[in-house]
Write a new protein. Structure first.
Length: 145
């Protein structure tokens, strides 16, 4: 279980699969299909992507990543908005639905150089390094994005 994924907060959302069986919430599939890293995949492949991730929920003002954290996960915003605060950067850039952040910014293992905070209720689909490597193996076309 990914748990906190190297960040400073977040609660794993239980019940990723709905009462209808093994189908995740449609908003996750729709979010992945719209644009970004996984947009070129077929819907059935997006289901595999969602199943390899963990859905985390963050309260308004909750820190998701802190400066100096080691990147252990890739975060993909599925609902809400977050702000990324870097020293000397103003105003802080905002990221929203479909935007990735986290592990991929530092594949060399360097510490995270910014703080990321939820601006309101935010949900992120997260992938551990190992899960993401599995996705790259299963769907090599996402490496081109």
């Amino acid at each position: 279980m990914l748990g906190r994924a190297g960040g400073s907060g977040g609660r794993l959302l239980r019940g990723l699969r709905t009462h209808q069986g093994n189908h995740p919430p449609e908003h996750l599939i729709d979010s992945l299909a719209e644009e970004g890293l996984f947009a070129s995949l077929k819907r059935k492949d997006l289901l595999t992507v969602v199943r390899l991730g963990e859905l985390l929920s963050f309260e308004p003002g909750e820190k998701i990543l802190s400066e100096g954290d080691r990147g252990l996960a890739l975060y993909l915003i599925s609902i809400g908005e977050v702000k990324m605060m870097r020293k000397g950067a103003s105003p802080p850039p905002k990221l929203d639905r479909g935007d990735p952040f986290g592990e991929m910014s530092s594949p060399s293992g360097q510490p995270w150089s910014a703080e990321v905070e939820a601006t309101g209720l935010a949900k992120c689909l997260t992938f551990s390094r190992w899960s993401f490597e599995a996705l790259l193996h299963l769907f090599p076309e996402i490496q081109k994005r």
